[in-house]
Every structure is written in structure tokens, then in C-alpha cells.
Design a protein. Structure first.
Length: 369
């Protein structure tokens, strides 16, 4: 009788053992496999897009490339965790990590889609055209609202990620339990953020200012260069930048020269002597203004608007399509008027008159008849 065969134990391959390390390795394999599939699909779409709408497809994929490559593999890992028999500690760690990745990818995707939409609007409504009032209004609304939306998405995403940690959830529960003092403190701390967010939304909806608007702020002439979430950048005529808080435009008066239209009336005021022939000035300025390329052919005139002991004030009104053209037109008219007076009527330039009385030898002034 033959002896029984010795018992042999089948040893499980190392990679299939129920350990935390193997669980991590298998989930990493799933993540990488799905990542490669998503990347391959994107490359295929890019290749197919070379024949049509290449610019738009490339721009869209560049925006959503990151969040999709993070979110879809994380979703795949999260979906495959229940099908495994790994230890509970490994399952909880993997589930927590993938949940955080999914939350971050959703926030990232929302921001990316928002920025793509803003880019589409900016390409549709270009501000380089001559009449860009509608484009300025639309771009201002979209830029302000997208910045507010991005800020809110970042805050919500950060809060959602933090609540996945048990310790932070316990802190939140404690704060809710003592909502009296804690709510007051949090409300005071969040007041500037809330005010700025509401101001951004109000400016976007009511549009007291738009991009490229001409403003007089704090006595400075400039154009709106940027509208940020908390402040506005005004580019002054000499290329300085004036940084103004966003709430300023809702609480302080300011001048907006392009609120409805960009056309404006320029004013040139010159003080001259009483002997100045006003009709001659009108005839001299007529060819200067009517042949000037910056005049928009709407209106111009010359009037005496003031008179005092030193002379009278000639005011020249002239219209232009915008403030920049009006400035150049005013400067040219002023130069032409002064040059014409110097050449044709030098005695009509401002002068100071004085009367001298003859004084007798005893120091008393002689009275003139």
C-alpha cells in the first residue's frame, strides 16, 4: 500500500493577498487604466477636430483636460471599491481619497467651463471695434459674474473637501451647537467678503461702470482697465493705475463719460481783450474745426461766456466721437486760436490796464478833470 501523498498548501500570489498595500496597488491600477482611456479619447477627439472647429475643440479640451483626467479615474476607483474584499481600513482610506478627488474635479470642471464660456463671449463681443458700447457692457457683466462664481466655487469646494475629515465635521457640529457667539463672530468676519460679493453682483447687473469706460474718479481722468472681484483698476491718462475698491462705485459719486454713448462735447475757453473781433474768430476757426479729422460733424460754436475787469472769455464748443478725440480736437483748436490772435490781432491778447495819476511836489495827487 502506497503512502499517501504529502499535503501541499496552495499559497496565494502576493498581489492577491488581502493587505492594505495590495488594495492600494489595485486601485492605482484601476486609476491609471481609466486615466489612459480618457487620455486616449481626448487625443482622438483632438485628431478628429483638426478637420473642423480645431480652435474651439482645442480650447475646450485644454480647459477640461485636467478635471476630467482627475475626476473620471477617481469615479472609477470609487465605483470599484464595493466589489473588493479588502480590509475595512484600506477601503475607508481609498473611499476618502477618491471622494476628495471627485469633489476637487467637480469644482475644477465648473471653473474651467465658466472660463471657457467667458472666452467665447469675449470672442463674440470684441472691444476693438469702433462702437463697442454693447461689447463693453456684455464683457463687464460676464467678467464680474464669472469672478464671483469662481470665488464661490472655490469656497464651496474647499468647504466640501474639509467636511470629509471627521475632525473638522466635529468642529462644525460644535460651532452649530454654540451658534450664538460663534455665529456673531463668523458673521463679522465674513462681512467684507459678503459686501464685496454683493457689490460685484450689483455692478454686474446695474452696470454703473463697464470695461473701457471713461471716468473721473478722485479728480483723475482715466479708463476702466480691469474689474476684479474686490477692486477696479483705472488706467489714468499718463499710464498710472488708480486702484479703487469695488464698493466705492456704489457709495461715492463719480463721473462716467461713456455711460450711454461715447460721444462728448469738448470745451475750449480763452481769455481775450474786449477789442477781439468775435465774428473774425468764428470765421478763422471754421476751416480749422470743419476740416479736422477728430470732429464728428455734429456741432460747434463760439460764444462769449464771461466778462470781467481783465477781459472777456471766449468759449468754443466742439463735438467728438469720444473723449480721446475730443481732447486732441480741443488742443488743436486752442493752438490755432492763439496763433491766429498772435498773427492778426496781437493787441487782443489779455492785458492788464492801469491808470497813473500825476503827483504834485507836495505829495498830493492831482485830480483829473
Amino acid at each position: 500500500m502506497r503512502s499517501p501523498l504529502p499535503e501541499t498548501t496552495m499559497k496565494m500570489p502576493l498581489l492577491f493577498e488581502n493587505t492594505d498595500v495590495n488594495a492600494t496597488v489595485w486601485m492605482a491600477i484601476v486609476f491609471v487604466a481609466v486615466w489612459l482611456v480618457v487620455k486616449g479619447v481626448m487625443l482622438l477627439v483632438r485628431r478628429l477636430g483638426r478637420y473642423r472647429w480645431q480652435e474651439w475643440i482645442d480650447a475646450g479640451l485644454d480647459a477640461v483636460d485636467g478635471p476630467l483626467l482627475l475626476g473620471l479615474p477617481a469615479v472609477a476607483v470609487l465605483a470599484s471599491v464595493p466589489a473588493t474584499r479588502f480590509q475595512q481600513t484600506a477601503v475607508e482610506a481609498i473611499r476618502h481619497g477618491t471622494t476628495v478627488a471627485v469633489i476637487v474635479s467637480l469644482g475644477w470642471l465648473t471653473v474651467a467651463v465658466t472660463l471657457v464660456a467667458r472666452r467665447v463671449v469675449e470672442r463674440r463681443y470684441r472691444m476693438e471695434v469702433e462702437d463697442n458700447r454693447k461689447a463693453r457692457a456684455v464683457n463687464t457683466k460676464f467678467r464680474v459674474l464669472t469672478r464671483v462664481l469662481v470665488l464661490l466655487v472655490v469656497v464651496v469646494t474647499t468647504g466640501a473637501v474639509l467636511t470629509t475629515f471627521p475632525g473638522i465635521r466635529a468642529i462644525g457640529a460644535g460651532l452649530l451647537a454654540s451658534a450664538g457667539v460663534a455665529g456673531l463672530v463668523i458673521g463679522l468676519a465674513a462681512r467684507p467678503f459678503v459686501e464685496t460679493a454683493l457689490a460685484s453682483i450689483q455692478i454686474a447687473l446695474t452696470a454703473p461702470i463697464n470695461l473701457d469706460d471713461v471716468l473721473i474718479v478722485e479728480g483723475e481722468w482715466g479708463r476702466v482697465e480691469e474689474i476684479r472681484a474686490t477692486y477696479v483698476v483705472v488706467r489714468i491718462w499718463d499710464d498710472r493705475r488708480l486702484i479703487v475698491p469695488l464698493t466705492y462705485f456704489l457709495s461715492q459719486p463719480f463721473q462716467n463719460w461713456t455711460r450711454r454713448t461715447a460721444d462728448i462735447t469738448g470745451v475750449v475757453a480763452v481769455t481775450v481783450d474786449y477789442r477781439t473781433p468775435v465774428d473774425g474768430v468764428r470765421e478763422a476757426l471754421r476751416p480749422v474745426i470743419e476740416s479736422h479729422p477728430k470732429w464728428d460733424q455734429r456741432f460747434w460754436n463760439v460764444q462769449i461766456t464771461d466778462a470781467d475787469a481783465h477781459g472777456m472769455t471766449l468759449r468754443v464748443l466742439c463735438t467728438a466721437a469720444d473723449a480721446s478725440r475730443a481732447w486732441d480736437l480741443r488742443c488743436d483748436i486752442r493752438e490755432a486760436l492763439i496763433a491766429w490772435l498772435n498773427m492778426n490781432h496781437p493787441d487782443c491778447l489779455p492785458r492788464v490796464r492801469a491808470e497813473f495819476e500825476k503827483v504834485d511836489g507836495d505829495g498830493s495827487a492831482a485830480l483829473s478833470g
